[in-house]
Write a protein that binds this ligand. Structure first.
Ligand SMILES: [Zn+2]
Length: 154
């Protein structure tokens, strides 16, 4: 099965860069990346130390509903290209352990799909989860439950 791995929508990244409010109705915090583990959820690249970035609360669902978790993410403060690719970014191999789970068309968790896996297993596990017709898409999260990316059928 072909995958489609996506960063957050560009219109939302642009909204945040213009100072638009985040999922907690706060303006994004502008800061500078420290260390090498600050993934931008738009381009799915690592923000280089010293680069300006935004820290904000993100809800990776179109609408508020019981399963719509909100959590912290980073985004490059300056424009970057949205990630849309059949492969996961190479650095996802270091997301170990990672959380992965499927959601249905209502944006509710499909509970049997939830798993804690090593980063190199994410693509195969996503294919398995998306093989379930009840699943509309998959979310990948870090061990800290921070949202990383959305995976759909390609
Ligand atoms: Zn970026």
């Amino acid at each position: 099965m072909q995958l489609l791995v996506q960063g957050i929508p560009t219109d939302h990244a642009d909204h945040l860069r213009r100072g638009g409010l985040d999922a907690n109705h706060q303006p994004p915090v502008r800061t500078v990346a420290e260390g090498g583990r600050n993934p931008c959820r738009h381009c799915l690249g690592l923000i280089a130390p010293g680069e300006p970035m935004l820290v904000l609360a993100y809800r990776p669902f179109a609408a508020a509903q019981p399963y719509a978790e909100i959590g912290p993410v980073f985004v490059h403060a300056d424009a970057c290209p949205r990630y849309r690719d059949a492969a996961l970014p190479a650095w996802f191999a270091h997301l170990t352990p990672a959380l992965i789970r499927g959601y249905d068309a209502r944006d509710w968790i499909v509970y049997p799909t939830g798993a804690v896996v090593a980063g190199p297993e994410l693509a195969d596990r996503a294919r398995t989860i998306l093989g379930d017709p009840a699943v509309a898409y998959v979310h990948v999260r870090s061990q800290f439950n921070c949202y990383q990316a959305r995976i759909e059928r390609g």
